[in-house]
Every structure is written in C-alpha cells, then in structure tokens.
Design a protein. Structure first.
Length: 276
C-alpha cells in the first residue's frame, strides 16, 4: 500500500510545486501524447533528459517516484513479453512455438520504458499538486464546457474527493489487514483462489467503512448547504511568469521530439535506399 503514490502530496518549496495546476495538467497530457509517438532511441534520450530535469526541479526523491513503478511491475513485464514474442520480424531466437524477433525486442523495451515514464510523469504531477489544486485546475481549464451544460464543477469535485480519500483508504486497508492477522487470518498460504477468498475479511470491512465515510461526507456537505455551481475561490488561479515559461518549454520539447522523429525517419529511408 505504501508503494501507491496516487493521491499523495509531497510538500516542498520547488518551482514545480509553485506552477499553476493547469500548466501541470496540460504538461502531463502533452508528455503522455509524446511518449506514445516516440519509436526511436534518440527520442527516448530527449524525453529522458526532460524527465530528469523535471524531477530535479521538483525536489521529489527519486526513490519515492520509483515506488509507483512497483505497482505496475506485473503489467510492465506482461506487456513487454507480449510484444517481444508476438511481433514478427528478424528472428533472433526461437523455442517451441515462441520466437524472439529484433523488432519485437525493441518494441518490448520501448513499451516497458513508456510505462515507467508514464507512472513517473503522473506521480510527479500528483506529488507536487494537492488534490484541491488539481480539481481547481481541471475545473478552470475545462470551464468552456459549461456552454453545453457539462457539469464540470461536479466532475472536478468528484475527482478531488477520490484523490483525497485514496491515502485514507490505503491506511484503513492496512489497519484492517493487521487486525485480521492478529485474529489469526492467513493471507499468504494457499493457491490463487484460496488467497482471493482470504481477502474477503479485508474487503467487507473496507467496503462498509467506505460507505460510512461517504454517508458522513454527504451529511456534512448538506449541513453546509453545498449545492455546487459557480462557487468563489479563496485563492483564484492566475498565470504567472513561471507558468508562461513552462508553456514555452513544452513547445520546445514538442519541437525537439518532432524534429528527432523526422531526422530518424530520413536517416532510415536513406539507409534503405543505399541497401537497395
């Protein structure tokens, strides 16, 4: 549970923490799009340098970011193996009905790196931004959707509450697990089906506790006459000089990635012509 970084906030006095949440949301979206557009080593080199600079500027310990990677380790290995064994191309090794191709090996490595960078990128955003700021940034950025009567404020509030209660639910799960172990529950032995059945003493109390928290929260919101809509902010979001500089850095990284892809494509085409 301690390895889950979503919803956790790491307080620090860094330039990344001080950025407008809209800037970080937009940057995360741009980063994810770019990450799935790269298919060459130079492009990953550029994106790696960019990530390293962001982590350095955020002052978030790298070990804390790596904790989030542990949660997707199985998915990462499965996705990489899926691409390695099922991508056709120049065969490097073969056993039984499986074959490893050069193209599949590269694709598997790229997929694993993408997933790691994806988790690190989103972790940096959530660790440097409070859930309330993320909700305010989302509501402000998508405010134009009010024209079509889209309930953006309610969606932002739901996201804020969900992020806020993730650490609380993790702490509650750990308490319930320790309590059940003290009563003699065994969560380690047995096959996969048996281990799944052993989770019932944890899931039922956690479900009941979550419902109780939801009821208490709704009662508190009703007691405060909360009804959503256009509410004023104690700290309205305003762009500063550092935010505009961040947008310029996004444009720079986009140009570098696009330029790298174009150069690599031309070099590859030239090599093919020379071989022909």
């Amino acid at each position: 549970m301690a390895d889950i970084t979503i919803g956790q906030y790491y307080p620090e006095n860094s330039i990344i923490h001080k950025l407008d949440p809209r800037v970080k949301l937009f940057g995360t979206m741009v980063f994810i799009i770019l990450l799935f557009q790269i298919d060459n080593v130079p492009g990953y080199g550029v994106i790696t340098i960019f990530i390293a600079l962001i982590i350095k500027a955020s002052k978030v310990p790298f070990k804390k970011l790596l904790k989030g990677v542990k949660g997707i380790l199985f998915i990462m290995i499965f996705s990489a193996a899926f691409n390695v064994f099922l991508t056709p191309g120049e065969v490097l090794a073969q056993f039984w009905i499986f074959s490893i191709s050069k193209e599949g090996l590269l694709k598997g490595i790229y997929m694993a790196v993408r997933l790691v960078y994806l988790v690190i990128c989103t972790s940096v955003m959530t660790l440097t931004t409070t859930p309330n700021d993320l909700a305010d940034g989302l509501e402000k950025a998508l405010g134009f959707l009010r024209i079509i009567k889209f309930p953006i404020h309610e969606i932002a509030m739901i996201m804020s509450l969900a992020l806020r209660f993730i650490p609380t639910l993790m702490e509650e799960t750990e308490k319930i697990t320790k309590t059940q172990k003290a009563r003699g529950a065994d969560f380690e032995t047995g096959n996969l089906i048996q281990k799944a059945k052993n989770l019932i003493p944890i899931l039922i109390p956690l479900f009941v506790s979550s419902l109780r928290r939801a009821v208490d929260l709704s009662t508190a919101m009703e007691a405060r006459c909360y009804h959503g809509g256009n509410r004023t902010k104690m700290k309205p979001l305003k762009y500063g000089k550092r935010d505009y500089m961040a947008y310029l850095s996004y444009i720079l990284i986009i140009a570098m990635i696009v330029g790298t892809n174009i150069v690599v494509a031309k070099v590859t085409a030239l090599n093919i012509l020379i071989m022909v």
